[in-house]
Design a protein around this ligand. Structure first.
Ligand code: SAH
Ligand code: SF4
Length: 341
């Protein structure tokens, strides 16, 4: 029988696993704390677990781990980590320092099937889903080097297309016996998979970011094929229905692309579209990458757009492009996929 990687299990599942081995359930909590609070990578380290039980565990289970194969540091302090997975695939995570509030951006899939026209990850299609262990191990690995305040699932992949692994990962991240991140410090970003948004909200308490990126169905369907299945009206209704952690807002991400979605008409439509649910807008100037015909917006059009939203009392930030010199900015993550294809 294949051994169980304990990092694939939520606390509840670990309890069931441990009682299946004939041990008291409270042992699960001890082990869970070893994994995520003490960062144990072997059973030998778990010194408050009896030697005998550690031997039993060795026979039935493993503790997965990830070690960065390469780390690139940007001039602005952003760090990009490349992780090689056991089957040779690779994913990336990005640590974005901001005074004392480091944000770690993690991946949920190798590649992505959603096919957004402006996104580099999307051009590589989906290779496979990450496991829960592979998702949480990105956090374990980076935390060894730097404190991490916020987690965003905004790296490679569409997290809601991998709910089976993402939901347990969110549970582990926010479990008081696990990583202990407040539910307000963990954000899942989606391109707009409407049924899965509802499912996520039913299963966990977490922040939601929605990549809106256009203000008409015509333009959105052109750059985000997902819009043909779930057009704006349905997506916005799903935003309104999403159960947020207390006093929270949905983050509306809006990648600004020159002459495509950066006009004042877009700004006006955007204000109308988001008027009936609590949200804040992240304007993200498009990061150009090779082989993609889209262009970054001009500084003036960003400023004009930003100011219009402010004047309409919309909470807005324009995300400065971080890590541009190491291709660690949004939508530029691709692992080593290019070399493999
Ligand atoms: N699949 C999820 C999360 C990963 S993409 C989603 O789409 O939300 C994370 C963010 O990067 C999304 O908001 C996406 O619109 C944005 N993005 C993708 N490519 C980009 C690019 N070239 N420049 C700027 N932002 C980009
Ligand atoms: Fe996938 Fe998000 Fe890129 Fe779209 S923007 S292709 S959903 S990673």
């Amino acid at each position: 029988m294949e051994k169980q990687d304990l990092k694939n299990l939520t606390l509840q599942e670990l309890e069931a696993f441990i009682s299946g081995l004939g041990k008291e359930r409270y042992r699960a909590k001890q082990i869970f704390k070893w994994l995520y609070q003490m960062d144990a990578t072997s059973f030998a380290e778990m010194t408050n677990v009896s030697k005998e039980f550690r031997t039993t565990l060795e026979g039935k289970a493993t503790v997965g781990n990830l070690v960065p194969e390469a780390v690139e540091a940007s001039e602005d302090g952003t760090r990009k980590y490349l992780f090689r997975l056991s089957d040779g695939q690779a994913v990336e995570s990005v640590l974005i320092p901001d005074e004392d509030r480091n944000t770690l951006c993690i991946s949920s899939q190798v590649g992505c099937a959603m096919g957004c026209a402006f996104c580099l990850t999307g051009t590589f299609n989906l290779t496979r889903n990450l496991t829960t262990a592979e998702i949480v191990n990105q956090v374990c690995a980076v935390k060894r080097e730097a404190p991490v305040r916020n987690i965003v699932l905004m790296g490679m992949g569409e997290p809601l297309a991998n709910l089976g692994a993402v939901i347990p990962a969110v549970k582990i991240l926010t479990d008081p016996d696990g990583f202990q991140f407040s539910t307000r410090k963990v954000t899942v970003s989606t391109s707009g998979l409407v049924p899965e948004m509802a499912e996520l909200g039913r299963q966990v308490t977490v922040n939601l970011a929605v990549s809106l990126n256009a203000t008409t169905d015509e333009v959105r369907s052109r750059i985000m094929p997902v819009n043909r299945a779930y057009p704006l009206k349905e997506l916005l209704a799903a935003c309104k229905a999403f159960p947020l952690p207390s006093r929270r807002w949905i983050t509306v991400e809006y990648v600004m692309i020159r002459d495509l979605n950066d006009t004042m008409e877009d700004a006006k439509r955007l204000v109308r579209l988001i008027s009936n649910f609590p949200c804040k807008v992240n304007l993200i100037p498009f990061n150009e990458h090779e082989g993609c015909g889209f262009k970054s917006p001009t500084r003036e059009s960003i400023d004009r757009f930003h100011k219009y939203l402010l004047d309409k009392h919309v909470t807005v930030i324009t995300r400065s492009s971080r890590g541009g010199d190491i291709s660690a900015a949004c939508g530029q993550l691709k692992g080593k996929l290019d070399q493999q294809q």
